[in-house]
Ligand binder design. Structure first.
Ligand SMILES: [Zn+2]
Length: 84
């Protein structure tokens, strides 16, 4: 890509399941808002990919991993105590 070209948008991809979980039209998003979105994506561990085409589309889907939560995931696997 040519240097100095400004991205027209960004997508957020989950690095674990590869699903695009977010997309932003940078040409229609305020700088501040865009910065916030990008920051959130990065904080949640997403891979942010810029888009440079005038027209780009992204298929935004729900993350196929377990939903990221702030709390601990507990009680998923029932403990099986197999006493022989
Ligand atoms: Zn995922």
């Amino acid at each position: 890509m040519p240097k100095g070209q400004k991205p027209t948008g960004f997508i957020a991809r989950c690095p674990w399941c590869g699903v695009i979980t977010g997309a932003m039209d940078y040409t229609r998003t305020g700088r501040k808002e865009a910065g916030t979105m990008l920051g959130q994506w990065l904080i949640t561990g997403h891979v942010v990919e810029p888009r440079f085409n005038g027209t780009w589309s992204a298929e935004v889907q729900a993350c196929q991993c377990s939903e990221p939560s702030n709390g601990d995931v507990t009680g998923l696997a029932p403990a099986q105590e197999d006493d022989k």
